[in-house]
Ligand binder design. Structure first.
Ligand SMILES: Cc1cc2nc3c(=O)[nH]c(=O)nc-3n(C[C@H](O)[C@H](O)[C@H](O)COP(=O)(O)OP(=O)(O)OC[C@H]3O[C@@H](n4cnc5c(N)ncnc54)[C@H](O)[C@@H]3O)c2cc1C
Length: 494
């Protein structure tokens, strides 16, 4: 009934009550309003569907809605990246295992009838139904109006307001981030190979990763192998025993989603492969050449990678609608905003409660893909006047998986615990099969094959490097703007 009222409000259509449709199968996921719907497709004007964001959520809504509506609607996807990025394999860009273009697919590849607009979204006016953008190339402003809006702008790294951590960290969210980490690591190894001062060399060879979740552990294990293999193969002046890859986890362990047993297996394996894991510890400050931890330990280092959590884009957080505690837009189980039935949100930027578990759906690609299917179906149902097609989002997570090293993984599938080579193979097979096109599948398979035969590639593409470390020689106490005595009294060095 609620849907019916929305329907009328936005399309000014009449409806006639009929006996409950024979389509309604009695499944709880079907909307049982007892009314017929009329198609809002008009011969004079096609309904405008605007999708904001071209990640897992936006790209999949685009593909599904096109399949269902073809050219019956005017569909536009707006994104600041002109490609869809397959993030689960992103850490492998930093280690050189996979080529950047092999996990990125131009969004235009998906556009059969839809339009793509390469632009940054500046503002969204929910009441006047307008989206303002600036073109990436020349910053020219454009305004789009819409009948249906899909918010799929994902999330960004959360530094909890700490400006130093934000300034001095590398992040692992975008393709540029992964390439920047790779270039930086290679530059650091080149520098360490020349460095005669053993203290400075040790400082260069400390790599700190903050975050014991999937992104943190996967990037840490990737760079650990890349650094150790590269040093063994190419950097003769570096003693590999000086390499330290340190993971800082705020929790009691790592990969909490996998439960205690697999979590302990993962932490033991990660430690065996030469990494250090500091648990119940937070990074609280940083400079170009150090990280300060919550237990007053200082790690002199040249590399800090931040994977400490995500938050919504400020633009999403500023929308005048209901938000969850982390700023995500609250949606009902049809993925609609409460007071705006023509606006949908999904993926990392949507706050949707899993009725079975009583918790909010996590920010994962798997959830975004499944939400996109249901959401596209519901938009098509509205436009085609097919109430019987409308579904609620009701998804039971079948499993979680992570790679924790060379040919080593952990997985929890339908409650079954899998670890070791089998879990790693399952991880690879699952994500490989989810790559969006056959071309990308072939390319990634070749990347993996070639990487297992040849040595690591240590070429840098210097112009992408984001950070420089210029104060390595500066003593820590002056960086922290405290006296030498104060620093040596309270702090320990790792
Ligand atoms: C390193 C890493 C590894 C991961 N591994 C896994 C994994 O193994 N399994 C898993 O399920 N999940 C994984 N995730 C999480 C997964 O990537 C996200 O949950 C998923 O990407 C969410 O999809 P989304 O479409 O909501 O957001 P995104 O994929 O982030 O897409 C957001 C889109 O919005 C665009 N955008 C944002 N702001 C603007 C703006 N102002 N103007 C224009 N465009 C804008 C972006 O360019 C992007 O196209 C991983 C994430 C990372 C970072």
């Amino acid at each position: 009934m609620k849907l019916q009222i929305y329907w009328q409000r936005w399309h000014n259509l009449d409806y006639e009550p009929i006996r409950k449709s024979h389509y309604l199968s009695g499944r709880s996921s079907r909307v049982d309003s007892g009314m017929t719907w009329r198609s809002s497709l008009s011969k004079d004007r096609r309904s405008k569907i605007v999708i904001l964001g071209g990640g897992f959520a936006g790209s999949n809504v685009l593909r599904e809605v096109q399949k269902r509506l073809g050219d019956k609607a005017d569909i536009t996807l707006i994104s600041q990246d002109n490609f869809f990025l397959f993030t689960p394999i992103l850490p492998e860009i930093s280690s050189g295992m996979v080529h950047p273009s092999d996990i990125s697919t131009p969004i235009r590849t998906f556009c059969k009838t839809a339009n793509f607009c390469h632009a940054k979204i500046l503002s969204i006016d929910l009441d006047s139904r307008k989206v303002t953008t600036v073109r990436i190339f020349d910053q020219k402003e454009t305004t789009f109006d819409y009948d249906y809006l899909v918010l799929a702008m994902g999330s960004k790294d959360n530094f909890f307001g700490n400006v130093n951590l934000e300034e001095f960290s590398f992040t692992i969210k975008t393709l540029e981030d992964a390439i920047a980490i790779r270039n930086h690591i290679i530059s650091v190894l080149e520098c360490a190979d020349q460095e005669k001062d053993s203290v400075l060399q040790e400082q260069l060879l400390r790599f700190v990763v903050v975050g014991g979740g999937f992104a943190g552990i996967e990037i840490a294990t990737e760079i650990n192998h890349f650094i150790r293999d590269s040093v063994k193969d190419f950097y003769k002046n570096i003693d590999s025993s000086k390499i330290r890859v340190i993971v800082v986890s705020a929790r009691n362990g790592i990969l909490p989603e996998l439960g205690d047993e697999l979590g302990s297996f993962a932490i033991d394996y990660v430690r065996k492969s030469g990494m250090e894991v500091l648990t119940n510890t937070k990074a609280v400050d940083a400079g170009e050449d150090h990280v300060l931890l919550s237990d007053n330990t200082i790690i002199p280092c040249a590399t800090l990678i931040w994977a400490g959590g995500v938050i919504v884009e400020p633009l999403i957080a500023s929308l005048r609608c209901e938000h969850g505690p982390s700023g995500r837009v609250v949606v009902d189980n049809h993925m609609r905003l409460k007071d705006y039935p023509n606006i949908y949100a999904l993926g990392d930027c949507a706050h949707l409660v899993d009725c079975r578990a009583g918790t909010v759906y996590p920010t994962t690609a798997q959830i975004a893909i499944r939400q996109a299917k249901v959401l596209a179906k519901n938009i098509a149902a509205e436009l085609l006047g097919r109430e019987d097609m409308v579904d609620e989002f009701d998804y039971k997570n079948k499993g979680v998986m992570a790679t924790i090293g060379k040919r080593m993984g952990v997985a929890l599938i339908n409650g079954r615990k899998v670890q070791g080579l089998t879990a790693w193979l399952l991880w690879r097979l699952f994500y490989w099969s989810n790559l969006p096109t056959n071309e990308k599948k072939i390319k990634v398979a070749f990347d993996w094959l070639l990487h297992s035969i040849f040595r690591a590639d240590i070429m840098t593409v210097g112009f992408i490097k984001k950070k420089t470390l210029t104060r390595l020689e500066t003593p820590i106490y002056s960086v922290l703007e405290r006296s030498k005595e104060e620093v040596s009294e309270n702090l320990t060095y790792l």
